[in-house]
Structure formats: C-alpha cells, structure tokens
Design a protein around this ligand. Structure first.
Ligand SMILES: [Zn+2]
Length: 496
C-alpha cells in the first residue's frame, strides 16, 4: 500500500510524516539492545507530546464551533465521524482537552489549563494520556470547599508522582491526598461513618451458607488488617491441607510455610474467611496471635504531634489505611496497640505499646518512618514488607536503624549487582529527605541514574512541602504586584 492514504496531508505535518516514514523503514537489526530501548523511549515521549498537540487542535475545533457547522450534534460525535474513533476514545479525548487544553478568552488571551501541572508534564512527554486521565479522575473527587492552593498542591503532587509512577497507582496516591485534604471528613464525617457502619449476616440458606455484607469503619479496618496480613497469607490455616501451619503459638517454620503456600489454591476471599475462623476460636487470647514479619499482630498507628495538637489530620496504619486522628486517639486509649508519635521534624517522640512493651522498637521506628516498601512507586504497606539492610553500606552492615530499610519481598529481590538490578543508598543530611533510602533504577528504566525516594506512603509530607512552596510563591507574587512592575524585590522579603 506504500506510504498510507495521505491524500490531503496538511503541510504542517509533512516533516512529521517524513520522519515517521523514515522510522518505519529504519533497519533495526543493526541496533544494539540499548539503542532499541532508547528508540522505544524516545518514540513514547514523542507520542505523548503529539497528544498535547492534538489538545491544541481540539480547543481550536471547539472554539470555532466547527462540529456545529459540520452538522455534528456534539464535539464527541464530530471526532467519531471525522477520525473514525470509537465512542470511548472520542469521549476521553474531549474530556482530556477540557482539563488540559489552553482555552481562550473573548479578547484572545490564554487561560491556564484546569490541570496545569498535568498539562505541562504531558506536553513535555513525561506522562501519558492514561496518567492524565487518572489524575483528572482524582481531582474530580477533591471537595469544592478546599482552598485553591491546596487543590493546586494536590494536582502538582499527582503530576510529580506520575512522572515516575504507574497510571495504575495514581488513584491510590489520590486516596491518600484526599484523606489529607479532607482529614476531618468535612464531607463524610464521623457521624456519617457511624451511620453507615454495619455488618449484616443474612438468612442462613438451606445449603448451610450465610451471605454477609456491610461497611466497616476505619477503626475496624485498622484492627482487621494486621490479623488478615498474618492469618490470611497463602499457606496458613488451609483447611484442605492438614500440614498447613496455623500461625498460632510459636514462630512459623518458613520452609514449611513456603511449601504449604505452593499447595494453597484458595482465593483471597477464602483465605480471609479461614483467617477469621482461626482467630475466633473459643478461648484464644489475642496475645497468642504472635508476630508477623517481626511485628506484633495488632494495629500500629503512626501520627504526628502537630496533628494530635490540632486534633486534625489522619493517622496511618502499618497496612496503609488511614484513620481520622480523633478516632485514632480514642483507639489508642482503649485498645492494646502500638503507637508512634512524631514531632514537628518527623523525629519519633513516642514509640511503643499503649499498654505493654514488646518487640524491637527499631522495627516500629522503621514502620513509623517509612510506612511501607521504600522502592519508588511501590505501594506495599509495612505489613507486607520486611526489614532489609541497605546494600553496599560497608561489610557486615550494622543493625543501626540508619542501615535498615523496609522493602517488600518483590522489591527486595530486585536489588542485585547483575544486569537489570536496582541499587539502594542511604541519603545524607544534605538531601531533601535525610535518612531515607533512595533507589537507583537500572539504566533501561532510568538512564540518568537519579536516586529517588518513595513518596507513596508520604503524600502528607509532600503535600505540606508543596503547599509551603506554593504559598511562598503566591506571597512573593502578591508583594511584587503591590510594588508594581519594574521594581526589583526588596532584600529580606524572600524565604530562607
Ligand atoms: Zn515494594
């Protein structure tokens, strides 16, 4: 068919069409592996930037009312007919240009895109249309009452995350940010949650089974998560396997557990069910639940003293869920759990059990400080992570907390010196995140070899950091505005 059906190709895309034709003919066999990957990455960057070009055109199409003049009922229908797009594709392009396009005022001036940071990242080829769509979905959930600066900070953080993370993870990051933006649940408050709470055991059927449904509060979730993390693991408490470890009384033989997990074909739902059977046995004291990955099987709550003082914000559990601070404090008073409280600089003020002291404080400190796997982009919570020594930190690295980090099993297996291996380093005091573990991705993922920390479990701190920068920026702009244009800023007015 030759070079496609470019009957009336616009002159503006002629050079692009030539370049694409060249790429289609480019001999690939002579390229090295690295060159193939570089080409793949370069092409992806260009494709993402092209989507941003398409946004500019779609703004033009709509501002000129081209669809109406062409007799199409909607812009979406116009795209479906003109470019032969599916309804879903056309719809998502129209939605994207609403959020990311630069629209114009009546006098021809530009208005900033609704999601400026996302639009900039896509125009730079750093994020895909999928990333942008996920960010837009999160931003739609930001409550109306939120301040503009907070809204902007949230979008900035999501765009920043998207630059190195997967689109699949954006909604989870968004959940965390939303929990911080609306920590007291102004929209959904405690009264609402208490109204919604409930577990209903349906009528037992003739076959003996009972349906169950309901909604549980953050409190019950925080209590259940650590129990399920241990007793619903593959291999444990499998009623079909007489040799499966129970996890009750004494440590579990790792080898036996690994073998039992191989034989375990239960679904997650079935394993959750069997875990409840195990822990609800009559006469079983919760003390006998033992430990999981060196941590007690009870709720672990992390909170900052600033939040405690304000009685606002959220506490984070080791399994990564959030509990409003008021409820967390109530829980800390009543229940036998582990509590970590941090001061204004993020240093531990209190680490320990509310009623009894047990198990290494170091691990609690790591959980409290890291909250989960430390590899950038990984969302495995602390309950699914283990303590690992940071590699390449001198022989026989100490058990000092500075030489330890949390990593889930999968991520830990990625750290090695072979091809495709990741490296970890401890960040020094001069870094933005002193004491944290930074990961360096292999070259095919990050050719620039920049050490990065995981922000997945720290959206709160990022939010505060970004907010402070935006407020400072606005303050300076405001002052500049009051002094009038052309006058240099006065010394001493900028932030340290
Ligand atoms: Zn991980």
């Amino acid at each position: 068919m030759g070079s496609g059906g470019e009957k009336s190709l616009s002159p503006a895309v002629a050079p692009l069409a030539d370049a694409v034709a060249g790429l289609l003919e480019l001999p690939l066999t002579s390229l090295s592996d690295d060159e193939v990957v570089d080409l793949l990455r370069g092409l992806e960057t260009c494709a993402r930037r092209l989507a941003a070009v398409s946004h500019r055109l779609l703004v033009e199409v709509q501002e000129r009312s081209i669809p109406a003049r062409a007799g199409a009922r909607t812009s979406k229908r116009f795209l479906m007919e003109t470019l032969r797009l599916s309804a879903a594709d056309a719809g998502s392009r129209i939605a994207a240009v609403r959020d990311l396009g630069v629209w114009h005022t009546m006098d021809g001036g530009d208005t900033a895109p609704a999601l400026p940071h996302t639009a900039a990242a896509q125009a730079a080829g750093e994020i895909s249309a999928d990333h942008a769509r996920e960010i837009a979905a999160v931003m739609k959930r930001v409550p109306r009452g939120i301040e503009d600066a907070d809204r902007e900070a949230a979008e900035q953080i999501l765009a920043e995350f998207a630059r190195s993370g997967s689109p699949d993870d954006i909604s989870k990051v968004g959940d965390r940010i939303l929990a911080h933006l609306d920590p007291d649940g102004k929209l959904t408050d405690d009264v609402d949650r208490q109204r919604m709470r409930g577990i209903t055991l349906g009528r037992q059927r003739a076959d003996g089974m009972t349906p169950i449904h309901g909604e549980i509060t953050p409190l019950l979730r925080a209590l259940l998560d650590p129990i399920l993390a241990k007793f619903a693991r593959p291999g444990i408490n499998n009623p079909q396997d007489p040799n499966s470890p129970t996890g009750l009384g004494g440590p579990i033989d790792r080898h036996a557990l690994a073998e039992a997990a191989e034989r375990d074909h239960r679904s997650t739902a079935q394993r959750n069910h069997d875990a409840l059977v195990a822990v609800l046995q009559p006469g079983l004291a919760l003390d006998r639940l033992g430990s999981h990955r060196g941590l007690p099987v009870s709720a672990i709550l992390t909170m900052s003293i600033a939040d405690v003082e304000k009685r606002a914000g959220v506490a984070t559990t080791a399994s990564g869920s959030s509990v409003p601070i008021g409820e967390a404090l109530k829980l800390a008073e009543q229940a036998d759990l582990f509590l970590a409280v941090f001061d204004h600089h993020g240093l531990p003020l209190h680490l320990g059990r509310t009623k009894r002291l047990a198990t290494p404080a170091q691990r609690l400190a790591l959980i409290a400080a890291l909250r989960g796997c430390s590899r950038p982009g990984c969302d495995a919570p602390a309950t699914l992570s283990a303590v690992h020594h940071i590699t390449d930190y001198g022989k026989g690295g100490t058990t000092d907390i500075g030489n330890e980090t949390l990593a889930c099993d999968h991520c830990h297996s990625l750290v090695h010196d072979g091809p495709g291996g990741w490296k970890t380093i401890a960040l020094g005091d001069d870094s933005r995140f002193p004491g944290r573990t930074a990961w360096i991705a292999p070259r095919h993922i990050d050719p620039d070899q920049i050490p990065r920390v995981n922000h997945r479990h720290h959206s709160g701190e990022l939010l505060a950091d970004t907010l402070a920068r935006i407020h400072e920026h606005n303050r300076q702009e405001h002052q500049q505005h009051r002094r009038g244009p052309g006058q240099p800023p006065q010394p001493g007015t900028t932030a340290a």
